[in-house]
Design a protein around this ligand. Structure first.
Ligand code: PXL
Length: 273
């Protein structure tokens, strides 16, 4: 099994990005290297996190990896602490991206709002990364921003299609999360311009921090294990659903995915049996 590298922030408390992605991908039996871009005391949904920008460490890490002949089968990029970090993700693609499966999660907001500390230049930074990868995984809010479409509180198929059609002018394939044909369901919509599919399942009546990262991790891990996009995305959706079901009332510290990792590992074993 080839190694993938995940380039994200490392948030010490409040599970998201690397602290969600590394254990999940590892449980799927896929070796996961990490490229931390910033160290935060917590994710940014808590007020006033202590942030150390690690941008200066990234190029020396890439240089060293090149000097030892490192190779990656997959690259998963996501949250940027600063729009200028897009350059670092592009350097990662340039140096290690040939032949690697590249996914980008343009993690910058949800429910019509940008995460704290982000502005319109972040949308442009993510657009540049989206244009370079094999598959992007925005939620509907991120998809609308990237597409230059006014966000509306809509989750229907027509809205998904409208966003994807616009995005597909610049990107290869789109897996949009948040598609919900009815208020009590949630799922995803995929299109690469030739094939499309939509999936929705019963929704739990709450949302949790870190679920986008979880969805991206399982989708990436599944693809690395040879699953098709629909298979990997369905597995991701089910894993997220089970994890939300385990999460207590205070979801600020993140989604409770740990107890479901055994289930996920078994699903992967069965797929490759
Ligand atoms: O889950 C996306 C994410 C990643 N990293 C940091 C965040 C968030 C969402 O708020 O704050 C630091």
């Amino acid at each position: 099994m080839k190694t993938l590298v995940s380039m994200q922030d490392l948030s010490c408390l409040g599970k998201c990005s690397l602290t969600v992605i590394h254990p999940t991908i590892s449980a799927m039996g896929v070796p996961c290297a990490v490229l931390p871009t910033a160290l935060l005391s917590t994710h940014t949904a808590f007020p006033g996190p202590a942030v150390t920008d690690l941008s200066g460490c990234v190029r020396p890490i890439l240089d060293h990896w090149q000097s030892i002949g490192a190779e990656f089968g997959g690259i998963l990029t996501g949250y940027l602490a600063d729009p200028a970090q897009a350059e670092l993700a592009l350097a990662l693609y340039d140096r290690f991206g040939e032949g690697a499966l590249k996914l980008h999660d343009p993690a910058m907001g949800d429910h019509g709002r940008l995460y704290s500390g982000m502005g319109p230049e972040m949308v442009e930074a993510h657009r540049r990364l989206c244009a370079r990868v094999d598959l992007i995984l925005p939620n509907l809010t991120e998809g609308a921003w990237l597409a230059g479409i006014d966000w509306e509180d809509r989750t229907d198929l027509d809205f998904c299609r409208q966003i994807a059609t616009e995005l597909l002018k610049d990107v290869k394939a789109v897996l949009l999360t948040g598609y919900a044909p009815t208020p009590d369901t949630v799922g995803f919509y995929y299109s690469d311009g030739h094939t499309e599919f939509a999936h929705a399942a019963p929704r739990l009546p709450r949302s949790c921090h870190g679920t986008g990262d979880l969805f991206a991790a399982v989708t990436m891990g599944g693809l690395m294990r040879g699953m098709s996009v629909p298979e990997a995305a369905r597995l991701a959706a089910e894993f997220v659903h089970r994890s939300i079901a385990n999460t207590g009332k205070d979801s600020r510290f993140g989604v409770a995915f740990e107890g479901e990792l055994g289930w996920l590992a078994e699903k992967c074993r069965m797929h490759n049996a």
